[in-house]
Design a protein around this ligand. Structure first.
Ligand code: RB5
Length: 143
């Protein structure tokens, strides 16, 4: 499995911790984010991640910014992306079970680094439930 990860200046430490966790699980990590705490604009790293997920260059993605909203809003402009923001265990599970989020978005300034790693593991291990949830996500794209 190959996962793309992107972050702005608010998420550098979190990106590194999540990347170590993923590599520890034998997952290849592709870094689309900044490695500096100098301020950047989140769309500059969100769009390349979205394109990699849409093209299949990576299987799925993780995105981090201060609130998570800048990343989620940008990523969800892409037709092939379902980016879901999670800040607790149950939402991290539901965003896969119900929404089949192919990018997990985490709010680095509002959760601890350890929690961000835990939520990543929950989202990864959960399964999409299909059924009525498949019908719903199929209605999301605007044709
Ligand atoms: C950066 O200060 C901040 O705006 C960004 O990380 C994010 O929260 C935007 O949605």
């Amino acid at each position: 499995m190959k996962i793309g990860i992107c972050n702005d200046h608010a998420g550098v430490e979190y990106k590194n911790a999540i990347s170590d966790f993923l590599r520890g699980r034998g997952i290849e990590v592709v870094n689309f984010g900044t490695d500096s705490t100098d301020s950047i604009d989140y769309p500059d790293v969100a769009h390349p991640l979205a394109e990699a997920v849409e093209s299949g260059a990576v299987d799925c993605g993780i995105a981090l910014c201060g609130t998570g909203n800048g990343m989620a809003i940008t990523l969800n402009h892409h037709q092939g992306i379902r980016a879901g923001l999670a800040w607790d265990d149950e939402i991290a599970a539901l965003v896969k079970q119900h929404n089949n989020a192919n990018v997990l978005v985490l709010p680095a300034r509002f959760i601890s680094c350890g929690k961000a790693v835990r939520l990543t593991g929950i989202w990864l291990d959960e399964e999409f439930q299909g059924g009525r949830h498949l019908r719903r996500i199929e209605k999301i794209p605007i044709h």
